[in-house]
Design a protein around this ligand. Sequence first.
Ligand SMILES: [Zn+2]
Length: 277
Amino acid sequence: MTVASPDFAPDYAVVDSGAQGRAVLVFPFIGQKLLIGPDAVLPCAQDLQDMGSPLRTFRFGTFGGRDCVMKVWPAGLTVPPQLTVGDYRSLWGQWPPGCLAALVRARQLAVWILDHRCCGACGQAMDLSRSEIACVCPACGHKAYPRISPVAIGLVCKGDEILLARSPHFAPGMYSALAGFVEAGESAEECLRREIREEAGIEVGNIRYFGSQSWPYPHSLMLGFLADYQGGELVAQEKEIEDIGWFCFDSLPILPHPSSLARRMIEAVRTAIAPRP
Ligand SMILES: [Zn+2]
């Protein structure tokens, strides 16, 4: 996923039905699926007129001077025949970075809306707050903000080799850096050491923060680190890790998408250890 684009500015406002505003880009979702028209363009109002009223309609940012509004319908609704489902990977390279940054935010907010139709404390139907980005229970006042789940991802280096592994759910042949969700009470660095110990059986040190990336599948914030191998023998964790190994840059497997944080870390290490001409 790309980093935030200067062309997209996130914000939030409930949009009243029938309100006339500035030019609008509508991001329609059925469940977690974004609907797009032919040639990957966002649908117009006419394309959506037979879908009935959405669960929620709200502004979530501006792009190029246009309001970005999302409309969320429940999962299971039939996709209108003139529309298809688009996702980040298929739209990368077709949409400008600002529009992709809007999609990353919208996709995560669609999940939040769908997960909070009812109050988790008392079961009452939730409302959208008009003052902040939150679902609010009119009965008990409980608030639910968009959930963000931190994930530590680490690229481990040993000389001119990097540690890559594949999970059973990866695309065929693809390997990536090790990653795992931060647990309650844990720092990102502690999470990284634990995950690498559990998944690879080795110890790491010299952990350096690299950067972060929103990953809305469904609501992760990837925290990227580089680390050095310190000791131990590679032992792949059963079930979680299908294969693991040390790779030189002249014999790399299939790597993650070029816009992913994992790929950016791999390319940064490749550049750092490349022999100078
Ligand atoms: Zn409640």
